[in-house]
Write a protein that binds this ligand. Sequence first.
Ligand SMILES: [Mg+2]
Length: 175
Amino acid sequence: MKNACNKAVFIDRDGVITIEPTGKGKNQYIRSLSEMKIQMEIVPLLQTFQRLGYKLIVVTNQACIGKGYLSHRQFATLTRYMVAELRRKGIRIANVYYCSSCNPHHPCRKPNPGMLWRAKQRYHIDLQKSILIGNQLRDIEAGKRAGIGRTILYDSNAMPDITVKKLSYIQPENL
Ligand SMILES: [Mg+2]
């Protein structure tokens, strides 16, 4: 067995790579290509991570499939489009892991870490050297349970400009 020598950035899809639809019910999910809009800010960020040698792996809950709002085939079409759009910007996504289950106990549905374990096995990833970016606490929880070294919560509605876990993380020279 190869050593776990690669580092990765695990990126949530909805609300991080793509802009989340604002509808309710089944309209809260991206179900067509016209609804799939990539956030411009993610592009330079992923380019930088790639340049730094991180594998880029998408991990996304897609309960809309389990609920019958979207088929696996339609999801695959959306995924191909997203990957191709990013590829046009020079970004190579190593893989897109998704969980179609709406059962909160499903081992792959975040906050459960199943998708991260699978990626770790396949790509020989050192999770401690890896990063996870999500926009919900369940993303962060999945990262913590898997042993990801750094988890980042993106919350555009956050009240403070910066939230820190330790006062020593405040860097006056970088504010
Ligand atoms: Mg999300």
